[in-house]
Design a protein around this ligand. Structure first.
Ligand code: DAT
Ligand code: MG
Length: 138
């Protein structure tokens, strides 16, 4: 057993489409435990820290602007191997091609050159999770 924590964000597209509950329900149904939950208007500073690895990439500024376009729902989930478990639930980055059965694959698609509208963020490693939890739940 390796009990981990992961940082989940329901992005502005998921919140504005009233899908926050559906997303959280899938994570709980998988057997992960909700530890913290809040709705938050992200700041540019938070997003620059959160997405620091992507600074300078062509999609970085549109991504930050998108994340500022409305509230997000931030959650910490706990469980055995929850980091990779949630990434599997979320599906691959591009919602158009994410596998059906995943959050991105079932609820998302490319609404017009907007891969960033893929409903959810999930930490990609235990180390990333701890860093990101510090940004959103300081
Ligand atoms: P993930 O969210 O699957 O971990 P990532 O960390 O590579 O993906 O990128 C962070 C976010 O940036 C991603 O959720 C959506 C956006 N993004 C990634 N690649 C993109 C691209 N080629 N064009 C537009 N947005 C992109
Ligand atoms: Mg990522």
């Amino acid at each position: 057993m390796s009990i981990e924590r992961t940082l989940v964000l329901v992005k502005p597209d998921g919140v504005s489409r009233n899908l926050s509950g559906a997303v959280l329900a899938r994570i709980e149904a998988k057997g992960y435990t909700l530890a913290e939950l809040k709705k938050v208007d992200a700041t540019r500073e938070q997003l620059e820290q959160h997405y620091a690895e992507h600074a300078g990439k062509p999609f970085y500024e549109p991504l930050v602007e998108f994340m500022l376009s409305g509230p997000v729902v931030a959650a910490i989930f706990e469980g055995d191997r929850v980091v990779e478990g949630f990434r599997a639930l979320a599906g691959t980055t591009d919602p158009t091609t994410a596998a059906p059965g995943t959050i991105r694959g079932d609820f998302g698609r490319d609404w017009g050159l907007k891969v960033q509208q893929n409903l959810v963020h999930g930490s990609d490693s235990v180390e990333s999770a701890e860093r990101e939890i510090g940004i959103w739940f300081a």
